[in-house]
Design a protein around this ligand. Sequence first.
Ligand SMILES: C[S@@+](CC[C@H](N)C(=O)[O-])C[C@H]1O[C@@H](n2cnc3c(N)ncnc32)[C@H](O)[C@@H]1O
Length: 253
Amino acid sequence: MKIEILTVFPDMFAGVLDASMIARAQGKGIIEVTVTDIREFSEDKHRKTDGYPFGGGAGMVMSVQPIAGALEHIGTEGKRMIYMSPRGRLLNEDIITGLSAEETMVILCGHYEGVDQRALDAYGFEEISIGDYIVTGGELPAMVLIDAVARMLPGTLGNDLAHSEESIYSGLLEYPQYTRPAVYTDAAGVERAAPDTLLSGNHKEIRLWNFRESLLLTKERRPDLLAAYLASGAPDTLDKDEKKVLDEVRSGQ
Ligand SMILES: C[S@@+](CC[C@H](N)C(=O)[O-])C[C@H]1O[C@@H](n2cnc3c(N)ncnc32)[C@H](O)[C@@H]1O
């Protein structure tokens, strides 16, 4: 998948694109990310990329000309055009799954008070939000989106099934995880042992323990998710032991 980022702060991407899973996905050729500096396409003699908003109001607005120049340079034909924006659809699993099937995404990062609407209209941008809050620019939201999409692509994670077992993607929140040591003594001198079941080596018991914990956590923190899970076909695929666990959790046992 090709991901083409348009930004006035290209340096912000360096650390993220060069590290961890995104670097690995690029190294394996699963994603190819390019960062285009909108400023390079400004025809203003001072390379300005913004202007005062028509009609007044606080802050500056990103001008259409440098954005259009950058887009004409990279080309837009057949590409999914995304503008990171708090006005957009809230990013979720369905959107990420849909995007992971795209061949090329162009991601426009806004800054200041946003982008001249004509740039968005002329190039058919859809708007995607990472949440109901405002951050300073579209760069961090773009990185969130790229990370979430990249880990859905085959080959990015060590185990391709890994994401389907994770919180949200599995339909439930993930159970608590533990690693060595089996007993940890905290700063107050309290001994905190990992659950015996997880150390038992009994795979069936471990699977049921994990499932119960997932259900309990989801019931407590995200009853909306649990309701969606129960209304889906997922419970029909459970074996009889899992169904028993589900019944127990639903009835509060
Ligand atoms: C300070 S914000 C501008 C907010 C804009 N004035 C508004 O009220 O909708 C600057 C840029 O950050 C990005 N941004 C801010 N919050 C975002 C969010 N929740 N999701 C996605 N992008 C966001 C957008 O690209 C936006 O153009």
